[in-house]
Design a protein around this ligand. Structure first.
Ligand code: F6P
Length: 464
């Protein structure tokens, strides 16, 4: 079996004893442990001066972590700049927020080239290289230019935008040419895949051959590659059992005591403008205004750990949410009840599992999201005999699989308030039916299924 080499901007913490936090990290580690291999990426450290010259290598069994510190300028131009001020808003349809600059585009290319320079000497001819996310689109082409002929796959963790949106980016063709250097390109949903195929058809004169299994064979820029949807998922069985034990944990008990019999709505998101948090707060406000029976009877817990804190749009959204939660609480609070509990901090998986199980409603309303694993985690953590209700944005990739949730348009504040009302009064029988249907999907397509289908498809490359 070929060795797997995973490349991602962030690498899971290198600590054998400690369980990796997210499902993706767990999945990638499981794949790497099976085949042996390398996990290569940024160390998370920013240093003054130049980026680190030689990767820091740590061997854990058959797995090698190879990480690099980024110099301040590289970090600013590659991560804060092109990745998070150009591609992130562009891929999330937020054209008003994009910054376009040649300096950051060049910084992005430079860091990709610098990463590829450092990885190339570590590769063996039979390796399979699996590159993750929008930070690293040019990485494959950079490796190919250095003569690397290994099988190379890419997986995009964000949405892929419609061609009309993508074409706002100067030199968009160059970015897509870079993407076509891979043998396999994976997206979360058929919608993303179709957007990519349409770009190939209408902007490059390339050819798209649709295959019976829904994948597409792409011929463009003198290359042939396979593009396919691989919806990422969660470790369903693990979360189910985690939530069962967490239901009796100290944190869960404290949360329940603090509610004093009130119902709970929960939201958990990185503090990001793509998550639709202002509209979500307004929808909760609308619920209290339109359905006054919930005043002093329902609390909304929003966990929102700060993220990308140097980027101006993230500073602005943080300020906006503090003001909004303060205003709504000022309007509705009683001396013994605060409607919105808004927390700028993160919690571990176990604590969150207990919180999800306690909450009567999971409120997941991004304006645009690649998949959204919180939606899936919320469902997996429910008590099957008395489950809560998921209210889910139609613009989250997860809505394609979890059609039994209450699907809402996150821009429609009154519509979301009505869905919250419906969730809060939904009879137990209906809640159980919807939950059971979603669990069937999550058990059939868990994170192991995602990883294996991707790696299996990459093993079959090249597709030319
Ligand atoms: O959604 C894309 C993504 O890369 C996720 O996989 C990840 O949770 C998030 O963005 C991380 O953002 P950052 O590395 O900037 O903190």
């Amino acid at each position: 079996m070929s060795r797997l080499v995973v490349v991602s901007n962030r690498v899971a913490p290198i600590d054998e004893g400690k369980q990796a936090a997210g499902g993706l990290a767990v999945a990638v580690l499981a794949a790497l442990k099976k085949t042996g291999g390398i996990w290569f990426g940024w160390s998370g450290n920013v240093v003054e001066g130049e980026s680190q010259d030689e990767p820091r290598r740590t061997d854990v069994g058959r797995l090698t972590y190879a990480t690099l510190d980024l110099g301040r300028r590289d970090f600013e131009e590659y991560y804060n700049g092109f990745a998070n001020q150009t591609l992130w808003p562009l891929f999330h349809y937020r054209l008003g927020l994009i910054e376009v600059s040649r300096r950051t585009r060049e910084g992005y290319k430079r860091v990709n080239g610098y990463f590829a320079d450092r990885l190339a000497p570590l590769l063996r001819p039979d390796d399979m290289v699996w590159v993750h996310d929008y930070h690293l689109i040019p990485f494959g082409e950079e490796l190919r230019q250095k003569g690397c002929q290994q099988r190379m796959g890419f997986f995009l963790h964000t949405p892929f935008p419609a061609p009309e949106v993508l074409s706002v980016l100067p030199n968009h063709r160059e970015l897509i040419r870079e993407l076509c250097a891979y043998d396999l390109v994976g997206f979360h949903t058929q919608v993303d895949l179709r957007c990519f195929a349409n770009y190939i058809r209408f902007e490059t004169n390339g050819e798209v051959e649709e295959r019976a299994d829904g994948s597409m064979l792409i011929r463009a820029f003198d290359r042939t590659l396979l593009a396919r949807a691989f919806p990422i998922s969660i470790d369903t069985a693990n979360l189910e059992s985690l939530a069962q034990t967490a239901a009796r944990s100290r944190h869960t008990e404290r949360l329940k005591e603090s509610l004093v019999g009130r119902r709970l709505i929960i939201g958990v998101d990185r503090l990001d403008y793509s998550k639709g948090l202002p509209q979500r707060f307004q929808a909760f406000e609308q619920l209290l205004a339109s359905y006054q029976e919930h005043c002093n009877r329902v609390s909304f817990l929003q966990v929102a750990p700060p993220s990308r804190e140097d980027v101006p749009e993230y500073i602005a959204i943080r300020r906006e949410l503090s003001e909004l939660s303060g205003r709504i609480n000022g309007r509705f609070a009683e001396f013994d009840w605060v409607p919105i509990r808004y927390l700028n901090k993160s919690f571990g998986r176990r604590v969150l599992a207990g919180f999800y199980r306690t909450a009567n409603v999971g409120l997941v309303t991004p304006l645009r999201d690649g998949m959204n694993l919180v939606a899936k985690e919320y469902v997996a953590c429910q008590d099957p005999d008395d489950p809560g209700v998921l209210v889910l944005s139609c613009f989250a990739g997860a809505a394609r699989e979890l059609g039994e949730a209450l699907i809402v348009n996150p821009f429609d504040v009154e519509g979301v308030a009505d869905a919250l009302q419906r969730a809060l009064i939904m009879p137990q029988g209906e809640r159980k039916e919807r939950h059971a249907a979603m669990m069937r999907t999550l058990r059939a397509h868990d994170i192991g299924w995602w990883r294996e289908s991707y790696v299996d498809a990459l093993t079959r490359a090249p597709y030319g």
